[in-house]
Design a protein around this ligand. Structure first.
Ligand code: AHM
Ligand code: MG
Length: 336
């Protein structure tokens, strides 16, 4: 069979039996995400046409302005997951607290929780730059039929059952893993179908792109400053190319295809960095590792961090394995 003709729907069915503890529930869940992705894609595409641009006039829990499309994407994903009754809990970057979905009702035997960043990089919408959705799926740790608790969401990334992102770019792609490699599907907008366009995606072992907001250089730890200087040095295959979209999903996607490293370090003004462990770093780390790449906080593996709060932030170094290891060497040398 020509793999390029495989639709995401077919792929999900074909691969269902390879999931551990497969019961079809995870397949249904990924199908629901696929559906919500199409709805959000439709809205993102017409952002410039209708009056949905601009701030919604509200702020999220981190005190940041919410864009209208953030709110809309949040609603669409939550609604789709809730209506189909396929999860027992949802946590979103845009919600203060987690949401229980009939988890205390014995009739509902759903065992998965979803953590989601409905529209990442949304400050880019007004200027027609790619944005993304990031999702992460865990099995609940508390008993089925009892209310979900914080414990079900505060799991280390190694417990993820599936993770992925949708990039609303020049074309829209859904990229995901269930722990058996990473596959990318491109949306044919004319018929609303995702096709397997990027089977078995892998980060090149090393690359020539570094992605970091260098405007914050002065505030970076010495280890990061030294690594950036290393990237810029004329030696061997360096200097590297600097590419920073400011949209994690897009920067990650490009680096996975071309080879590169993305860094959002801690700084003297943001002691834990900016990105959220549960909604952004863990899912991207799972994808990176499944694509032969690496993700760390500069010192240790992202997926082994035990979360302590829903909206926890963490420094993030992610990309081609050898590049992340080199950055870690610079961090270790400075112990910061
Ligand atoms: P958001 O979740 O509020 O959109 O923030 C996350 C985004 C990432 O997509 C991006 O890599 C980063 O913030 C850019 O931050 P900065 O503008 O500080 O470089
Ligand atoms: Mg985000």
């Amino acid at each position: 069979m020509d793999r390029k003709n495989t639709t995401l729907g077919e792929f999900i069915i074909e691969n269902q039996s390879s999931f551990q503890y497969s019961s079809g529930e995870l397949s249904k869940l990924i199908n629901a995400i696929r559906l919500a992705a199409k709805v959000v894609n439709h809205e993102v595409n017409k952002a410039g046409l209708i009056d949905i641009l601009g701030a919604a006039g509200d702020t999220n829990i981190q005190g940041e302005d919410q864009q209208k499309l953030d709110v809309l994407a949040n609603e669409k994903f939550i609604q789709t997951l809730k209506n189909r009754e396929i999860v027992c809990g949802i946590a979103s970057e845009e919600e203060d607290d987690f949401i229980s979905v009939n988890s205390n009702d014995e009739k509902h035997q759903n065992k998965y929780v979803v953590l989601i960043d409905p529209l990442d990089g949304s400050s880019n919408i007004d200027v027609n730059v790619s944005v993304g959705t990031i999702f992460s799926i865990y099995r609940r740790v508390t008993p089925i039929g009892t209310p979900v608790t914080l414990e079900d969401f505060l799991q280390p990334g190694v417990n993820q059952v599936a993770a992925g992102y949708i990039v609303y770019g020049t074309s829209t792609m859904l990229v995901y893993t269930t722990g058996d490699g990473v596959n990318g599907f491109t949306l044919n907008p004319a018929i609303g179908t995702f096709y397997l366009s990027h089977p078995r995606m892998q980060f090149p072992e090393t690359g020539k792109i570094y992605s970091v907001n260098e405007g914050n250089y002065i505030h970076f730890p010495q280890g990061v400053k030294n690594y950036i200087k290393y990237c810029q040095l004329e030696e061997g295959d360096r200097p590297y190319t600097s590419r920073y979209i400011g949209s994690l999903v897009s920067d990650f996607h490009r680096n996975m295809i071309k080879g590169g490293i993305y860094i959002y370090p801690k700084s003297s003004v943001a002691m834990e960095g900016k990105l959220r462990l549960l909604y952004e770093c863990n899912p991207m780390a799972f994808l990176a590792e499944q694509a032969q790449g690496k993700a760390s906080d500069g010192f240790k593996r992202i997926m082994e961090i035990q979360p302590t709060e829903l909206h926890q932030r963490v420094p993030f170094f992610c990309g081609s394995r050898k590049m992340v290891e080199k950055a870690e060497e610079f961090m270790a040398a400075q112990k910061a």
